[in-house]
Design a protein around this ligand. Structure first.
Ligand code: AMP
Ligand code: DBH
Length: 556
């Protein structure tokens, strides 16, 4: 199979009648990312597209790239990647910090028709090795050293075990045994064919609820529609300055409206090396930032800092908060404390994104998670038997629409469970719908912990715990946390022969970390029990475990 055939084989296309409807409605306009950047460069070439303050391993000094420069760089990077054997349909794992190179590489790949696989800086050997193996990745792009972690070493290890991986590119001065990203661009021939708007543009990651992360295939047409819709609802235009404070590759800061939405609107993206108020506020002030997106724990940190008198945030007009539930109490503080409009956003990399509208009454903005972008987003709230529920009653959220996937990439068994026969995605979220169409997130049915916006699939962590020689069984559940909303608690049953001299909790944490897992997935707490509480039919009752840890935390 050619790389393009491999991509197509794992992709569940939109049924023809839906594709036609979305085109007829003007949602899908036949745009692609490669051409979008070219058009913006033609329309306003000398305007600044990306500001990177530097100070990371990709570059010490500040960079300010115009649209024309980003466009030119993407072309030269595309030519260089082609010269090094990257072809349409190749998968390329991109794991970069918030650096200008992220856009140079990603737009180059878009132009070639190669697919970025959007890894996060926090991912380690377990995740990256899996992404490379599962996608058959041809290349992997990393920084040199970032946050004290040497990605070149990780890349060497991954490369030794991934036969498909032909190329490791390092953003930074010293690439070690790999290739310097800065040495790739050239003036050679560009791509011979352009990707089609209906082609898969990239693979995004799901927070997941299964043993291994799932990959989300998004097309140019569907994703660009979600950008256009977001740009409109967030009122972005050429004068907008978006601060990318969360990891750039995550779906929220990428597309809601995020950096890609900002570039779509002809605005300016300012990359923030890390999201603390100490770093972000001065940058906001210096660059005249007008809009940004944060997860709830960071929004709380910003609110507290501003209340204590920290300044610099004054140019902010809109603050988007999403990724996890933002409490009404915190939401009410945004306008008085930060002086900007709050926009709640409830989205998912699989598609559906809900926003509160900028002109919604304060009550809706502070108590709901918004309503869908598109009039063609179909939302169902159903009971356990998939029967529709009336407004106001909490149930499972199912959705289908012009930018929601019809299947994970290459996951037929899982797709049979995650999608209804007629193509609705089972989000795993429990919501209540108001007559206005606004949704209130009430909880979660999926086996996942939402650690302040960072999703942890319980089963994935349980599998790692089960690999420990002393562990007989493991059940990972959420526990309440005042700062992150939730943290992870691992309940563990030891093998009988290990009960006399049990390992300590920290040892199990160290063990999980040692298996090369992203830090945020390491259990925050480990509890040893003799047996798990069971449900009526004998399954582990996670409900009881959650209640037990919550009760024990509540005791003084
Ligand atoms: P993912 O599938 O990894 O992209 O994560 C999407 C999930 O994050 C959603 O299905 C929700 O569970 C959660 N989520 C995102 N935004 C919000 C929000 N504003 N409030 C509550 N949960 C959210
Ligand atoms: O949590 C998410 O995945 C998310 C949150 C807000 C998202 O994907 C989005 C907006 O687009």
């Amino acid at each position: 199979m050619t790389p393009l055939e491999t991509v197509a084989a794992g992709f569940t296309p939109y049924p023809a009648e839906f594709a036609e409807r979305y085109r007829a409605a003007g949602h899908w306009r036949g745009e692609t990312f490669g051409r979008m950047l070219r058009e913006r460069a033609t329309a306003h070439g000398e305007r600044i597209a990306v500001v990177d303050p530097g100070g990371h391993s990709a570059a010490r000094e500040e960079r300010r790239w115009t649209y024309a420069e980003l466009d030119r760089r993407a072309d030269r990077m595309a030519a260089g990647l082609i010269a090094r054997g990257i072809r349409a349909g190749d998968r390329v794992v991109v794991q970069l910090p918030n650096a200008a190179e992220f856009f140079e590489v990603v737009f180059a790949l878009f132009r070639i028709g190669a697919l970025p696989v959007f890894a996060l800086p926090a991912h380690r050997y377990a995740e990256i090795g899996y992404f490379c193996a599962f996608t058959g990745a041809a290349a992997y792009v990393v920084p040199a050293v970032e946050g004290g972690f040497d990605y070149r070493e990780l890349a060497s290890r991954v490369r030794a075990e991934s036969p498909s991986l032909r190329l490791v590119l390092v953003a930074g001065e010293d690439a070690g045994e790999h290739v310097r990203l800065a040495d790739v661009p050239c003036d050679g021939p560009g791509p011979s064919a352009h990707p089609s708007p209906g082609d898969v543009a990239f693979l995004q990651l799901s927070g997941g609820s299964t043993g291994v992360p799932k990959l989300i295939p998004r097309t140019h047409d569907d994703y660009i529609y979600s950008l256009r819709g977001s740009v409109e609802l967030c009122a972005l235009d050429e004068g907008s300055v978006y601060l990318c404070a969360l990891p750039a590759a995550h779906n929220f800061p990428l597309s809601s409206p995020g950096s890609l939405g900002t570039l779509y609107a002809g605005g300016r993206v300012v990359l923030c090396p890390q999201p603390s108020p100490e770093t972000a506020f001065p940058l906001i002030e210096r660059e005249g930032v007008t809009v940004t997106g944060l997860v709830p724990p960071l929004a709380l940190l910003w609110l507290d800092a501003a209340e204590r008198g920290a300044r610099g945030h004054e140019s902010l007009e809109v603050l988007l908060v999403g990724g996890a539930k933002f409490s009404t109490e915190a939401a009410r503080r945004v306008r008085p404390v930060l002086g900007c409009t709050l926009q709640q956003v409830f989205g998912m990399a699989e598609g559906l994104v809900n926003y509160t509208r900028l002109d919604d009454p304060e009550e809706l903005v502070t108590t709901t998670q918004g309503r869908p972008i598109s009039p063609d987003d179909e939302v169902r709230v159903v009971d356990d038997q998939d029967r529709d529920l009336p407004d106001g009653v909490t149930g499972h959220l199912l959705t289908r629409g012009p930018y929601t996937i019809r299947g994970y990439w290459n996951a037929p068994e899982h797709n049979a469970k995650s999608f209804t026969a007629d193509g609705f995605y089972r989000t795993g979220d429990l919501v209540r719908r108001l007559p206005s169409g606004h949704l209130v997130v009430e909880g979660r049915a999926k086996d996942q912990i939402n650690r302040g916006g960072e999703k942890v699939a319980a089963e994935e962590i349980e599998n790692h715990l089960l690999a420990h020689p002393a562990v007989h069984d493991a059940a990972v559940v959420s526990m309440p946390d005042p700062y992150l909303g939730e943290r992870t608690c691992a309940y563990v049953v030891l093998k009988p022969e290990h009960r006399q001299a049990p390992p300590k909790g920290v040892e199990l944490k160290r063990f999980v970390r040692g298996r090369g897992l992203a830090d945020y997935k390491v259990p925050d707490r480990v509890e040893f029990v003799e047996a798990f509480p069971a449900t009526g039919i004998g399954k582990v009752s996670k409900k009881d475990l959650r209640a037990a840890i919550a009760a024990s935390l509540a005791r003084p």
